[in-house]
Design a protein around this ligand. Sequence first.
Ligand code: ZN
Length: 312
Amino acid sequence: MHRLFHLKNRTDARGALLCGVALVLASCSGAPAQVNGAETGDVGAGISAPNSSTATSILNAGVMTTMGGSDGTGLKLLFDPLYDDHFGSLEQLPPNLIEAIISGRPPYDGVDAVFVSHAHGDHFSPSQLSRMMASQPQLRLIAPDQGIDRLREDANWQASFESRVTGITLENGEAVQGIEIPGAEGAVIEAFRTPHAGWPDRHAAVHNISYRVTAASGKGGTSRVMHLGDADPAAEHFTALSKFLSAKRSGLAMLPFWFYREDNVNQIIDQTLNAKAPVAIHVPAETPEFLENGELPFFDSVGETLEIPETQ
Ligand SMILES: [Zn+2]
């Protein structure tokens, strides 16, 4: 069990954990390796108002972010929330969790948009997303065109959904800015493509899209998150994007767990991706030892929450 982020075995108030994480993240801005030194169950003491921007794990690469308040006024986004396949090593979504996300039951109520990183079965469910679009008439969907094509083939897909969909086609190393979500004015949504992990031998034709989303933090500042899907961590993939990435510092980078295997992971987070803090996602059901024994935070069960550090 990772001491920082597990809620399931804790009996103290959720707020206490949130504050504890806030302190840890604040202590590691720009230097995530220092997270370890601050790790303790009681670090929340003395911290008052929790940040109103949070990231909460769903399962696998699924994350819910709330930026600028959890009272319905903020921006609530889901990344890779619904998927069909566990491939024998990943967590399966339990049916009640699937139904809560599809129908928008709290805490998945009032979702502004769903982001899909790529059209692989452990990140994407055409049938469940089609049902979610039918169930939540305000919902926007942003996905690679490869995924949109699959959605259009689904029996539950309706032509009326098209006006709420943004499809993305990019080459590796390309970025796109200015994606709009009606109803989320002020939010800045950007996307870029880098190769899927395994490149160039595996999945080279799959469009893996990373998203960078910026919104008001609710505390007078800015919240900015990145979700990297199944990105390959090799530095060469990010060279063409260096101007795009260096232009804006993210508070939180949500990374597939294999980034933590890289010797220079802290440099990748801080400099290449230009993020203050990371959290690893896509963690197998049996949590790898290098994560358990490591210093950096990860999500490996539903409902784990951490704060998104403020940025500019
Ligand atoms: Zn994949």
